[in-house]
Design a protein around this ligand. Structure first.
Ligand code: D5M
Ligand code: FE
Ligand code: ZN
Length: 541
């Protein structure tokens, strides 16, 4: 089937407010009179259905293979009786209000065009309208299992005590990861050890200074106090000091100085991902598209590229793409950056989500969508960010996406995928040397976060972190795939067998980005084979 005809069907359905399963689109596009098939199928689906399923189409078509003029004539555009070549892309008359949320559709006068006397029995064997909002077809992939979703679990009020609490939790959990490798001494007992004693300390990095003679002084903090640790500039490990971020958890091994007031460091250990990590894979051939940073509402949002991507998902080539993961920045938002309003196409945040929901409708209804928020989305900026509130969920309900917190661990067909928007990547890139993290190789910055087993270690920097009882930003379990966005650069690679993917964006270069020489990778969709963890990238721009 030519791509063009299926994409016209998708567009026509989208305008009527329907999301559609792939096979439903294919059946309509391949029928002799797609325009008519579309009308009959919509009629069969009923006004309450959100997703046009393959059952709707099959039953509509089989019930009435040669449409009975009486049943269809008045249901159809008067100008296009049975057999007339109705082009779905142009049969716009009577389309649903595409910007309305699903709740509004049933009352939409245009919806009832031709179906003003809906009788559930007038087409033999028609299934009752779907009301649950899920794809509902027999081809729906297994729903992803989400761990570490803090939506609705926020306890933080911003009190000082909570900062103490979240650091304690971070320390407990990350030091636990290091304890098998070092024999930790609480810092308040280190001083009493004799000069020259071997010492191992696990602590959060409280301070990093260079001394007058160019050595490094790292202050580590545990639950009992702080202790200064000296890394000599001529040691190989001095190179690792470049990688340190404030507030991350590390261990040092060394020996106590003569005056017992300082540790001379011989080795630095990170919680890290074990080199022996063996990722899990799906036991069937199935793929996931990993995207982020759609930025609907921005003048630079690439609607055409997104449309081509959604059309492609309806083709045979994409038949194994059963999941779409979106790692934040669905919309451009309002007031995110200074002077941002000058580049807005849609100035109202809810209208931005309504427009975004329209673009989601183009995605096949049998693709499972999982999304997390980013810094442009309408949730709190401080991380962890809870999933969208009810009002936004309702706006996006047609495709029934799974909306979870940033970050979240999502298990898809046995593959665990850590989704994180990626605001801390800016900081990692700013603070680490070029060869360890850069915008051109964003996956290397992601390696650092894996090594630290924390998605945003640094407190009080550019990444805002909210104190919660639990530090949701700690990476407890090693993921098989780490998916981020935010920096609008495409890059991927493996770190100790974990596939790190930063997924580019759907927004062309903004004025700000031009001013700081950020050249975004826009309009790409990385496609991940869940059975092999191999990646292919498709370009839609
Ligand atoms: O940011 C996309 C990338 O561009 C990310 O690396 C931050 C950077 N960026 C974009 N606009 C600004 C402004 N105004 N100040 C600082 N950094 C910026 P995203 O937040 O996904 O749009
Ligand atoms: Fe973004
Ligand atoms: Zn962002």
């Amino acid at each position: 089937m030519p791509l063009e005809s299926s994409s016209r069907v998708v567009r026509a359905l989208t305008r009527r407010g329907y999301n559609a399963q792939r096979e439903a689109v294919t059946l309509i596009a391949e029928s002799e009179t797609p325009g008519l098939a579309l009308e009959v199928a919509i009629d069969a689906a009923g006004d309450d259905a959100l997703v046009l399923t393959v059952e709707h189409v099959r039953e509509a078509l089989s019930a009435d293979p040669v449409p009975d003029p009486e049943a269809v004539a008045e249901a159809d555009d008067p100008a296009s009786g049975p057999g007339a070549n109705v082009s779905p892309a142009t049969s716009d008359a009577g389309g649903r209000d595409s910007s309305a949320g699903s709740g509004a559709r049933a009352d939409d006068p245009s919806v009832s065009t031709g179906t003003s006397t809906p009788d559930p029995t007038d087409v033999a064997g028609r299934v009752p309208p779907e009301t649950g909002g899920s794809a509902g077809g027999d081809r729906s992939p297994p729903a992803p299992v989400v761990r570490n979703d803090m939506t609705g679990e926020s306890t933080g009020t911003g009190e000082y005590d909570e900062f103490v609490g979240v650091f304690r939790d971070r320390y407990e959990r990350l030091s636990g990861q290091l304890r098998g490798r070092v024999n930790h001494r609480p810092v308040d007992s280190v001083e009493s050890m004799g000069a020259g004693a071997d010492v191992e300390i696990i602590g959060l990095v409280n301070d990093i200074r260079s001394t007058a003679s160019g050595h490094w002084l790292i202050e580590l903090e545990d639950t009992t106090g702080t202790f200064p640790c000296l890394v000599m500039k001529d040691r190989d490990i001095a190179d690792l000091v470049d990688e340190l971020l404030m507030d991350e958890c590390i261990a040092v091994s060394g020996s106590l100085a003569d005056d017992s007031g300082i540790v001379f460091v011989d080795a630095i250990h990170f919680p890290d991902v074990p080199r022996t990590h063996r990722p899990s894979t799906a036991d069937r051939h199935v793929q996931a598209a990993l995207v982020s940073d759609v930025h609907v509402g921005s003048q630079e949002f690439l609607a055409d590229a997104w449309g081509r991507f959604a059309d492609w998902l309806h083709t045979e080539e994409a038949e194994h793409v059963e999941y779409l993961l979106i790692a934040g920045d669905m919309v451009e938002g309002v007031g995110v950056y200074p002077d941002q309003d000058e580049e807005l196409d849609i100035v109202d945040i809810y209208e931005q989500y309504e427009a975004f929901a329209e673009h989601l409708k183009q995605v096949p209804g049998d693709v499972e969508i999982v999304m997390i928020p980013g810094n442009h989305d309408a949730v709190r900026l401080a991380e962890p960010q809870p999933g969208f509130d009810e009002e936004l969920r309702e706006i996006m309900s047609v495709h029934d996406p799974r909306i979870v917190s940033n970050p979240a661990m999502v298990d898809v067909e046995g593959v665990s995928i850590l989704m994180y928007h990626g605001v801390s990547l800016d900081e990692v890139i700013a603070e680490l040397p070029e060869e360890k993290a850069s915008y051109d190789e964003p996956h290397r910055a992601m390696y650092q976060l894996l090594k630290k087993r924390h998605v945003a270690p640094q407190f009080g920097g550019k990444t805002r972190v909210a104190p919660e009882e639990r530090d949701y930003l700690v990476v407890d379990d090693v993921p098989d795939v780490f998916h981020t966005g935010h920096v609008h650069k495409l890059g991927w690679g493996k770190y100790h067998n974990v596939l790190a993917v930063n997924s580019g964006c759907w927004q062309a270069q903004t004025d700000f980005q031009r001013s700081v020489n950020i050249d975004p990778d826009a309009g790409y969709a990385p496609i991940l084979d869940l059975d092999t963890l191999e990646m292919t990238v498709r370009k839609f721009r």
